[in-house]
Write a new protein. Sequence first.
Length: 480
Amino acid sequence: MTEKKNAYLTVYVCLMLTVLLSVYLLLIEEVRYNGACLEALCAAEAGMQSIQAEYHRELADRYGIYAIDSSYGAETCGRNRTEAHLMRYVEKNLNAEDVFLSGWFYRDFFGLHPYDAELSGVCILTDREGAEFRRQAIETVKSDVGWDVFRILQQRLQVIKVNGLDTTDITAQREQLEETLKEYGVVEGAVSETKQTDSFAEKVADGLWQKPGKGVLALVTDEQADLSAKHLELTGLYSDRKEQGILSTGNLAAQNSEGIFERFLFREYIVRSFGNYLHGKEDGALSYQTEFVIAGKDSDIANLKSVVNRIFLIRGAANTLYLLTNEEKKAQAEAAASLVALLCKQPKAKGAIQALIVNIWSSAESIYDVKTLLQGGEVPLLKDDDSWHYSLEQVFGGGGEQEEDANGLSYEDYLRILLMFEGNEKVTDRTMDMVEAEIRLTPRNSFFRLDACYGAFEAQVRMRDYKDIEYEVVRQKQYR
């Protein structure tokens, strides 16, 4: 009886061991599979981080923009180059040959080996009119610029808009007034003939109207000023390729939203990253780079001339507004007009002469303002009695010495205002043109192009283990 019971126990134990062993082996296989999944994930993640670490150094160091240059310094670009880099890194991460005494003490229970690495999606810096480029540029300055700076700029723009300071052309007004005076028989220059022949008014008139397109810059810079003579070849840059329709495009959307504050931040990034007349980039493709973003000309002189003329326009409108609202100065202009009209024996021309006197007076003050800005001084947007410089006698009898106002807007503040006047697309295009031109001057980057640079990507890495079980890892990566 005892022997029979022992036999039952033996059979029972054998059956239990069979079940337990099956469960045990199943658990081991499940652990092995999960371990293989974890190893595949870690290898793929490390590989993706490795290609992210290959960001373009000059682009990051100079402009704070992080992106993978898919050309890797070559003339051609494409995802296949980055995919090859990713495959190599994943293979390296799965290779155990560098483990100490791997042939003796280490055994790979997973046997993973990659067979495909693909960038299924990329977000290129130039996609959506440069949305990814702007996103990173905005992030670069966002922590350093507060709402207070933005509100101040908004108030200044509102003052310009309400008073029409960006639309009043005092040069065109002067030409119309001269035509009106000719109809009355008042000869050109009669307004200043009653004073010295070498008056500041004559210098202003000579600079503004006898040298069209050149005069304002000639008046606000010294003859000995060392102006940059650099030219920029726009052919082959971003905007040129965009016009030809040969830009590379991605299929991932940039994750950003842009409002008026972001619009301001991008322009602040330009002012801080690029050179200008006061702080020129001597070793750059252009020295006056911010002026290039505003004007879009192919030379420093042309860009500076355009910006100076636009600042002169704003200052001229603001100064004219002051002269027309200040009763004392308005009376002085009226008295001077009465005298000139009497000397010319054309009393009916008094109104036109008075308007011309105000125009010349405003122009003289505006020339002083722009010159002050280009010397590093500050000029308020709207002047008062304390900040006004020229008296009527000084304008028509000889200008006073150059002085520097203590408070107001600097030259860079006026550049910020002009940048806000420009559309987002133009500003972005010219900014990317400037960045490409600058990077191409650095070693081994002569073929650099922003539409070869990935700011974000989606990668798929596929692997097999020694049982031919497939593993796939899909991840998206983005800088910042």
